[in-house]
Design a protein around this ligand. Structure first.
Ligand SMILES: C[S@@+](CC[C@H](N)C(=O)[O-])C[C@H]1O[C@@H](n2cnc3c(N)ncnc32)[C@H](O)[C@@H]1O
Ligand code: SF4
Length: 453
């Protein structure tokens, strides 16, 4: 059997190749094409058909041999940050308590499926919202439930996401006692002026001190998120943010580019002239470059285009599995998951979620069918995320790699990659545009598929 292809033209559209410019990191594309690689709209099942399909999947006693994860969502925040699209509900003790009780029921019910018990989980991520707003008792209980009901691998990464605000020693100790071994705090910026404008609670001194205490205790992996491009950020205060990462001793850091969207508090403030216009993409590109250079000089290990680790304990396993298209069991209102390639997004509305969970344990509205070429798309996303496209990690290996040569050569001419015989390494500019490159390669292969005959 030989491999032939629909020969792509020598001249590809700029949307795929980026454009030639003296500063590719700033100008190769005009805008990031989304927070994550976009694999297009998928067909979906709903109603009884969706529930039946899911039940068939979950009664399987044979699980895939791939690493997999659990995602548990806590949709409450004390204050809505101006830039954020994840906010669902304002924290209210009664609501959190009621939510927690039903979450417990959902967790136990989902743990009982043969699929769940068929293989151990390699990562658990409790995200939000602000899971650190749970009480010490709830954190203790949640960790215990996870350990009691799910098969976990020996070195399973169990992350609690949230923020440092009111994250007391009682909460930290309760989470540690019940087996959380990684904490991911959204810091966004250490700078007090930037924080105030974004409606972040607490000032720089508090954040520095609390983070230093948590890392000094040396009891768990501590990672933080920073955002670049927020109003009032400058090259100078961003450099100070980067230095603060070192001074607090955290084990991992994500650098996220600010994405703005209509309807956010930030956009409303800008439109009403109450807030300065945030930096444009070319300025944000320079901040990314500054961060990249800084952590490289500091000897941090780069785990993805936007994540650096100072310590071997930090693996960022959940994020990496999510980008590889691994199976993820979703629990909670607004949790997203993937079971055997079927995608499900649970209802964000707590009442709808409650009704679904009470009726049949599941609260999703649609079950998306596995994407066409899901394995290929996940391989591309994961490769671009890690900054290296290796022929051996692509389905159809070298044949597919060679088939993409025209695209890779265009990227190389535009300063986005360096081509080697069996791999393509993304330059710093290419890494900044990693999501665009992943989307471009996926689109290229849709336009010019590699066909076997
Ligand atoms: C779901 S949030 C939860 C974090 C936590 N609640 C907090 O307040 O820090 C996870 C991360 O998404 C990132 N994020 C939120 N909105 C963003 C935006 N508009 N652009 C880029 N990153 C954003 C932030 O860095 C945040 O830490
Ligand atoms: S950044 Fe965190 S605390 Fe702020 S609104 Fe988003 S999820 Fe809530």
């Amino acid at each position: 059997m030989s491999t032939i292809d629909l020969a792509p033209p020598r001249q590809l559209p700029e949307a795929l190749t980026g454009k030639a410019s003296p500063s590719p990191i700033q100008f190769a594309f005009t805008k990031k094409t989304g927070a994550h690689a976009n694999h297009g709209k998928r067909e979906a099942l709903s109603g009884v058909q969706a529930q039946q399909t899911l039940n068939e999947l979950l009664t399987q006693t044979k699980a895939s041999q791939q690493a997999r994860a659990i995602y548990i969502h806590i949709p409450f925040c004390r204050v809505r940050c101006t830039f954020c699209n994840f906010f669902q509900y304002a924290s209210n003790q009664q609501m959190i308590d009621d939510y927690f009780d039903l979450l417990e029921q959902e967790l136990i019910a989902k743990s009982r499926y043969p699929w769940t018990q068929a293989r151990s989980f390699d990562a658990v991520y409790v995200g939000g919202g602000t899971p650190t707003d749970l009480s010490p008792q709830q954190l203790l209980r949640l960790g215990q439930l996870i350990h009691r009901h799910f098969p976990l691998s020996d070195n399973c990464e169990i992350t609690l996401e949230g923020r440092l605000n009111r994250f007391s020693d009682d909460k930290f100790n309760a989470a540690l006692e019940s087996g959380f071994n990684r904490f991911s705090f959204g810091v966004q910026s250490f700078n007090s002026k930037v924080r105030r404008a974004a409606k972040r609670l607490d000032n720089r001194d508090y954040i520095l001190e609390r983070l230093s205490q948590l890392t000094a205790s040396n009891q768990a992996t501590i990672a933080i998120d920073l955002i670049y491009g927020l109003p009032h950020q400058t090259q100078e205060n961003w450099q100070q943010d980067l230095q603060d990462v070192i001074d607090t001793g955290v084990h991992g850091v994500d650098l996220y580019q600010l994405l703005t969207f209509g309807g956010s508090g930030l956009q409303r403030n800008i439109d009403a002239g109450r807030e300065v216009v945030p930096l444009d993409t070319s300025d944000k590109a320079m901040m990314y470059q500054q961060g990249h250079q800084f952590f490289t000089q500091q000897g941090f290990q780069q785990l993805s285009y936007c994540h650096w680790a100072s310590d071997k304990r930090e693996q960022s396993c959940y994020n990496s599995l999510a980008k590889q298209g691994a199976e993820i069991l979703p629990i909670g209102a607004g949790a997203g998951g993937n079971i055997n390639g079927y995608g499900l997004m649970q209802s964000r509305d707590i009442d709808t979620w409650r009704a679904g969970v009470t009726a049949n344990n599941w609260a999703f509205e649609q079950l998306s069918l596995p994407a066409n070429n899901a394995q290929l798309k996940a391989a591309i996303t994961s490769a671009c995320d890690k900054g290296r496209i290796e022929a051996s990690l692509l389905p159809e290996g070298l044949a597919l790699f060679k088939h993409c040569q025209v695209l890779f050569e265009a990227w190389q001419r535009n300063g986005l990659v360096t081509i080697k015989p069996t791999q393509v390494a993304l330059t710093v500019a290419g890494q900044f545009w990693s999501v665009n490159l992943a989307n471009a390669m996926t689109q290229y292969l849709q336009m010019y598929p590699l066909t076997n005959n």
